[in-house]
Design a protein around this ligand. Structure first.
Ligand code: PMP
Length: 379
C-alpha cells in the first residue's frame, strides 16, 4: 500500500534526484564535481536574481536562519522580527542569544502584520535588520514580501532577511526586484531534495554589511569563510555534502525544465483548488484570504472531528499529513502541496480525506471534494 507523503517537508524526492544521492561519493576536489557545484551556484543565483552570492552549506533551515542573522548583525544591534507564527517566533530566541535587541511585530495566527506597521516601526528606530518569514509553516500565512521590500527602500540602513524555507522555488521570489538582501531556505521543501542542505543567498548590500562587521563569533556559518569556496568550489573550507549537492543540482534541473514561473503558477492553481475542495468538505483555512500560501494548507477540522482519529485513519487510507502546532495542535492539520507534489497527488489526497471522513461518519457525499478540485482545475 503506497503512502503519499503530503507533509510540509520533507517532500517527495524524484527518482533522478534520489539516484544522485546513491552515486558513489567522489573527492570534493574531483574536477567533475567542482564543475557540477560551480554550475549549481550559478543556476541558484540566476533563479533568485541576486547581485551577490549564494551559499550552499550542509545544515538545515534553522542553520540558514542563524547564518542570515549572524552575518549582518552584531551584538547590541536592533533587529525587528515580523512573525506570522511558530517559525517567525523561532528568530526570537535565536537573536536574543546573539545579544541583539529584539523587537517583535506578531500577528494573530492566520493574519498578516500590515506593511504600514512594519514601516512605522522602522521609522521609529534604526534597525540593523528585519526578518520576515515568507510562508510560516505553522499558520500557512504568506507574507507580502514584495510589498514589504518596496517599503524597505525607504529604510536603506536595514538589511531585509526573508526566510523562504516553506516558499522558495514555489512562491515568487526575486531578490533584486523585491529588494530582498538575504534569502534563505532548506533543501527539503519546494526544491524536492532530502533534508540536509541550507541555501542562503546574500545580495551585495548584505555582503558589504558582513565586511563591515570584521570578525564575527560564528565560524562554520561565516559568509567570509565560504565566499572563496562559492567563487571557486575547488577550494576547501569544510567538506561539502557532495551527494546532496548533486541532488540539488538535479532538482534545479527539474525546476528549470518546468520553468520557475510555470512552477509557481502550478503551485498557485493546485493550492487554490485544494483549498476550495477542503472548504467544501467543511474544513476552515486558518490563513486569511489574500495571504494564503501556495505551498501548504492549514486546515481547521469541522466540528466533532478528532485529530488523532482523523490522522490515523487517513494514514490507513494511504496519506501522511502533519498535525497543527501551538494553540492549533489537535484542532488543525497541515497538508503540504509543494515541490514534486502535483495535481495527481492532490486528487488522491482529497479522495483519501473523503474516505476518512466517510469512515468517521462525518461525510456522506463521496466525490464532493474531488469534484470541486477538478472543477477548479479546469475552470
Ligand atoms: N522556517 C520555516 C518557515 C520552516 O517551515 C522551517 C521548517 N519547517 C524552518 C524555518 C526550519 O527548518 P529546519 O527544520 O530545516 O531546520
Amino acid at each position: 500500500n503506497r503512502k503519499l507523503v503530503m507533509i510540509p517537508g520533507p517532500t517527495p524526492v524524484a527518482r533522478s534526484t534520489q539516484n544522485e544521492m546513491g552515486r558513489e561519493t567522489t573527492a570534493f576536489g574531483d574536477p567533475l564535481f567542482v564543475r557540477d557545484f560551480k554550475g549549481l551556484i550559478e543556476d541558484l543565483k540566476v533563479m533568485m536574481n541576486t547581485d551577490g552570492e549564494v551559499f550552499v552549506v550542509a545544515g538545515t533551515g534553522t542553520m540558514a536562519m542563524e547564518m542570515a542573522v549572524a552575518n549582518v548583525t552584531k551584538r547590541g544591534d536592533n533587529i525587528l522580527l515580523v512573525s506570522h507564527g511558530f517559525f517567525g517566533d523561532r528568530f526570537i530566541d535565536l537573536c536574543q542569544r546573539k545579544g541583539l535587541n529584539v523587537d517583535v511585530l506578531a500577528s494573530e495566527w492566520g493574519k498578516a502584520v500590515p506593511v504600514e506597521e512594519i514601516d512605522r516601526k522602522l521609522s521609529e528606530k534604526s534597525y540593523a535588520a528585519v526578518t520576515v518569514t515568507h510562508v510560516d509553516t505553522a499558520t500557512g500565512v504568506c507574507a507580502p514580501v514584495a510589498e514589504i521590500g518596496e517599503m524597505m527602500r525607504k529604510h536603506p540602513e536595514t538589511i531585509y532577511i526573508v526566510d523562504g524555507v516553506c516558499a522558495s522555488a514555489a512562491e515568487p521570489e526575486d531578490m533584486a526586484g523585491m529588494g530582498i538582501d538575504v534569502l534563505l531556505t532548506g533543501s527539503q521543501k519546494a526544491f524536492g531534495v532530502s533534508p540536509g542542505l541550507a541555501i542562503v543567498w546574500a545580495g551585495k548590500k548584505a555582503l558589504e554589511r558582513r565586511k563591515q562587521l570584521g570578525t564575527i563569533p560564528e565560524f562554520y556559518i561565516d559568509f567570509e569563510k565560504w565566499l572563496p569556496i562559492m567563487e571557486n568550489p575547488a577550494k576547501y573550507f569544510a567538506t561539502p555534502a557532495v551527494n546532496l549537492i548533486w541532488a540539488l543540482k538535479d532538482a534545479v534541473r527539474i525546476i528549470n525544465e518546468e520553468g520557475l514561473k510555470e512552477r509557481q503558477d502550478r503551485h498557485r492553481k493546485v493550492a487554490k483548488a485544494t483549498q476550495a475542495a477542503m472548504e467544501a468538505l467543511g474544513f476552515r483555512i486558518l490563513a486569511e484570504e489574500g495571504y494564503r500560501a501556495v505551498t501548504l494548507s492549514n486546515l481547521i477540522y469541522p466540528e466533532g472531528v478528532d485529530d488523532l482519529e482523523f490522522r490515523n485513519t487517513l494514514s490507513e487510507e494511504g496519506v501522511f499529513v502533519a498535525g497543527g502546532l501551538g494553540a492549533y495542535a489537535g484542532r488543525m492539520f497541515r497538508l503540504g502541496h509543494m515541490g514534486n507534489i502535483d495535481m495527481h497527488d492532490s486528487v488522491s489526497a482529497i479522495a483519501a480525506i473523503e474516505r476518512t471522513l466517510y469512515r468517521l461518519g462525518k461525510h456522506s457525499e463521496l466525490g464532493k471534494g474531488v469534484g470541486v478540485f477538478m472543477k477548479e482545475m479546469m475552470g
